[in-house]
Design a protein around this ligand. Sequence first.
Ligand SMILES: Cc1cc2nc3c(=O)[nH]c(=O)nc-3n(C[C@H](O)[C@H](O)[C@H](O)COP(=O)(O)O)c2cc1C
Length: 162
Amino acid sequence: MRVLVTYGSKMGGTKGIAETIAETLESRGLDVQVESVKSVSGEDLEASDAVVVGGALYASRWYRPARRFVKRNKAALSERPVWLFSSGPLDDSASEREIPPVRQAQKLMDLVGARGHMTFGGRLPADAKGFPAAAMAKKQAGDWRDPAQIRTWAEKIAADLA
Ligand SMILES: Cc1cc2nc3c(=O)[nH]c(=O)nc-3n(C[C@H](O)[C@H](O)[C@H](O)COP(=O)(O)O)c2cc1C
């Protein structure tokens, strides 16, 4: 079974989560492609039996390329098991409790009949560039991605697909 793990990531944090998910699925014997939403082709999607899509959260919205990916590929995604994940809060909240999808991510889930969603903690590099990221990074830089939580969620996907 082939799984596409794709991500919309501005600063690389969501990409890292996608890679951890991909490694976990691979360790469960799945054939995995991990790829930015910007470079996934129609063939990649057609060749996959299931898809995991991740979007970075900016002002309570999914990073636009991720949002567009889901909308653009609505038909292909609706025909496959799909999971979405979001990233993510710059504190421990996502490790402490399950944070529901933002309204927009919920709409995207409904659009393609997604089986599940998870919000993972995010990362803000100390050297983040641009406005307002650079200003935020002076107070709030850090990495709240929780590898154990990410692996546990990916294990559930692997079990669901088995
Ligand atoms: C300008 C800005 C706005 C953000 N807004 C949110 C938000 O609304 N909700 C949230 O959980 N995280 C928010 N974050 C945190 C990001 O989601 C977090 O840094 C994430 O890991 C970034 O992912 P990326 O590195 O893949 O781009 C924001 C970060 C920045 C810089």
